[in-house]
Ligand binder design. Structure first.
Ligand code: AMP
Ligand code: MG
Length: 476
């Protein structure tokens, strides 16, 4: 590893220093022929990184982990997790590294993390690598989510490594540079708790409180307050997913953050026709992570988080269970509040409209959307434009009586989401070396509410021939 001459990049190592037990020092594999495919210039600027510098050899070296500041301490993070309900005591960053922390323009600490940077001691049977397609997919969808105002990890860059990755076919390898407020997961707590490391668990919880929920430190029971904060953040997050028709696809406990940011864009996708049973992931044959199951899966995951925290919540196990249970019961209320508030905005309803009326209208709409299988995203845009299908006329009559604000609706209902057929088309071209469709789609979904002439096809549902059996793949 050579040393980057740009001494302005300062990578902190707070996580590694405070939690050495779950931070394994490791280096990225050398990328034989790195080539920058996409760089998020506004995000770079926010992080105090010079986009022009990032485009040169030293900058690209940073983005693949090969040229780091002299005192950088990249680590692979240890975590456990429930995958599709089954307990896996040791997962961890098998193909990822935390390079360190940056302080952004707003003074916030942000993790700089790589995915696809080579095998680590957590790699198990994996090759530690990632292919161009899936890394560009995470880049595109995470940036679309950010533009939709949904808490998420961000994507700074994708660099093709020049290494071949063996999947079903030979693919070009890539490294994604990802930015997050932290990479603490429910699985991080499970890992430490299952190992019986109560002192480390307390340190981990204190670290999480300090980074994400400093107010919890002042509470009578800081660890119960941490649990409550994560429950509230996840209830809000999952409500935002549901409002835009996002299906995460692999809501394992290692893919659920403590910060409340969406993380690990694997087999995720946006639903076209409204159907709560929508599943895209090829490996989710039971529909565990179907669209309509996401709130209950989140509760299940949070129960695993609560279990990991029990020893910190109260010395008396029964009392700890009682307190944690009360906290978990808040999820459905918090979720409903966030969901209904979001639906009110989508329907342009003013605060004068009573909650009961809004809620009834929402429930009836959801039932109609499901029975009519209409395209979820464009329905709200067309509704704001005054167009409804005959089956919705009765419902729309009730809605119009509430004097909806049609202009406000245009500001909250996206015209553009990363539709599956567009994503596939862009990734196929990019994997063949042509980034034009990708760049255009990225540009479109980065301003989702701003409907533009010439981009009509980006607002339309998938053509018939794309079919309803679209599948996404995990572990790619
Ligand atoms: P994910 O499905 O991306 O959340 O990953 C689940 C677990 O599998 C994590 O521990 C990853 O680090 C690990 N993993 C996924 N793909 C690979 C790979 N190609 N090589 C090594 N580890 C991997
Ligand atoms: Mg993961």
């Amino acid at each position: 590893m050579s040393i980057a001459p740009d001494t302005t990049v300062v990578l902190g190592h707070r996580f590694a220093a405070e939690l050495p037990e779950i931070a394994l020092r490791w280096q990225a594999e050398a990328a034989p022929d790195p080539r920058l495919l996409v760089l998020n210039e506004p995000l770079a600027a926010e992080l105090g990184l010079d986009p022009a510098w990032l485009r040169n050899a030293d900058g690209i070296g940073l983005l693949v982990g090969n040229r780091l500041p002299a005192d950088a301490e990249p680590v692979a993070q240890g975590y456990a997790g429930h995958q599709f309900g089954g307990w896996v005591p040791r997962l961890g960053d098998g193909r990822a590294l935390l390079l360190g922390e940056l302080v952004d323009a707003g003074g916030r600490t942000r993790d700089l993390h790589l995915k696809g940077s080579g095998r680590t001691p957590f790699a198990r049977g994996g090759d530690g690598l990632a292919a161009v397609g899936p890394m560009l997919r995470e880049y595109l969808i995470s940036e679309a989510m950010h533009a939709l105002g949904i808490p998420t990890t961000r994507s700074l860059s994708v660099v093709a490594t020049g290494r071949i990755v063996q999947r079903e076919t030979e693919l070009d390898g890539a490294v994604l540079a990802r930015v997050a407020s932290s990479h603490l997961r429910v699985g991080s707590f499970q890992y430490v708790s299952a190992a019986g490391e109560s002192e480390v668990l307390r340190r981990l919880a204190d670290h999480a409180i300090s980074r994400h929920y400093p107010a919890a430190a002042e509470a009578d029971n800081p660890y119960l307050a941490l649990l409550d904060s994560v429950i509230a953040a996840q209830a809000h997050l999952v409500a935002q997913w549901m409002l835009v028709g996002f299906v995460h696809g692999v809501m394992n406990t290692d893919n659920m953050t403590i910060s409340g940011e969406t993380i690990d864009y694997g087999p995720c996708a946006f639903m076209d026709a409204f159907d709560p049973k929508t599943v895209f992931s090829s490996i989710d044959s039971w529909g565990r992570y179907a669209y309509g199951n996401q709130p209950s899966v989140a509760t299940w995951n949070l129960a695993r988080f609560a279990e990991a925290l029990l020893g910190l919540i109260d010395e008396d196990q029964d009392r700890a269970v009682e307190l944690a249970t009360e906290s978990l019961q808040q999820f459905s209320r918090l979720y409903s509040v966030a969901y209904v508030a979001g639906m009110r905005r989508k329907l342009g309803l003013s605060d004068d409209v009573e909650d009961a009326a809004a809620q009834g209208l929402c429930e009836d709409l959801v039932a109609l959307l499901e029975s009519e299988r209409v395209d979820y995203t464009s329905f709200f845009r067309r509704l704001a434009g005054g167009a409804v299908e005959p089956a919705f006329e009765g419902w729309a009559g009730r809605w119009r009586e509430l004097n909806p604000d049609l202009e406000a609706m245009q500001r909250v209902n996206p015209a553009y989401i990363p539709r599956n057929h567009l994503v596939e088309e862009a990734l196929a071209a990019a994997s063949a070396g042509d980034m034009e469709l990708f760049d255009r789609l990225l540009q479109v979904v980065s301003s989702p509410y701003d409907e533009r002439a010439g981009f009509e096809r980006y607002a339309e549902p998938a053509p018939e021939e794309f079919g309803s059996c679209y599948q996404t793949f995990c572990g790619t």
